[in-house]
Design a protein around this ligand. Structure first.
Ligand SMILES: O=C(O)c1ccccc1N[C@@H]1O[C@H](COP(=O)(O)O)[C@@H](O)[C@H]1O
Length: 217
């Protein structure tokens, strides 16, 4: 990625064909589908395969999991054409490495952040993951570790160097994404709640506005 490349955008938690089409039309670089039963965006492997079937090769398809066992990863791998696994739970660095080796899939590891000290903990994952994702820590009592529309102080990322590429996530919207990019130095962003009209229901207009704001158009 050169300094002048437009920011890459991942639209996560897609649940139907209309949302996939809206994200493609608006220029999304990554599309995410969720394999986590407690999420309002959760899909079966079969349904995920259906909604992603016409996505062009160059748009990267990401499967999001929370502490998945090998059986679930196998089931999804056998049915859905994915380019990345996103591990969004309390997986250890050892488990990240094991998943990469066993499944031969690049891994995006999400790390919950509420303060600068959490970035130190993320360093262990930077050695084993292909990408990192900095997401806000879930609020106490939340039923899921992400997708909660929570943001954190983006400026703590500024000037930190990482050996792998990374996404900024958590509470991003059309209204704040440009500022989040400016303050954090992010070259890739990820959004779910901020482009929805209700949990699990993507809004084509919000997707287009988010991508335009992130890419500075
Ligand atoms: O979207 C979910 O339901 C979800 C469930 C479990 C783990 C992560 C989840 N979402 C991811 O969280 C970040 C931030 O989301 P948001 O924009 O704040 O809603 C993003 O990667 C989502 O895909």
């Amino acid at each position: 990625m050169s300094r002048t490349d437009p920011v890459k955008v991942k639209i996560c938690g897609l649940t139907d064909e209309d949302a996939v089409e809206a994200a493609l039309e608006a220029g999304a670089d990554f599309l995410g589908v969720v394999f986590f039963d407690k999420s309002p965006r959760g899909l079966s492997p079969l349904r995920a395969a259906e909604i992603l079937q016409w996505v062009p090769e160059e748009v990267r398809k990401v499967g999001l999991f929370v502490e998945p066992d090998d059986a679930l990863l196998n089931e999804v791998m056998n049915q859905v054409r994915l380019d990345f696994f996103q591990l969004h739970g309390a997986e250890t660095p050892e488990r990240v490495e094991q998943v990469r080796q066993e499944f031969g899939m690049p891994v995006i590891k999400a790390v919950g952040i509420s303060a600068a000290a959490d970035l130190d903990a993320a360093a262990a994952y930077a050695e084993v993951a292909d990408w990192l994702m900095f997401d806000a820590k879930a609020p106490a009592g939340a039923s899921r570790p992400g997708g909660n529309a929570q943001a954190f102080d983006w400026s703590i990322l500024k000037d930190r160097k990482w050996p792998c590429p990374w996404f900024l996530a958590g509470g991003l919207t059309e209204a704040n994404v440009a500022e989040a990019i400016r303050l954090s130095g992010a070259k890739a962003v990820d959004v779910s709640s901020g482009v929805e009209s209700a949990p699990g229901v993507k809004d084509a207009d919000l997707i287009a506005k988010f991508i335009a704001a992130a890419k500075g158009k």
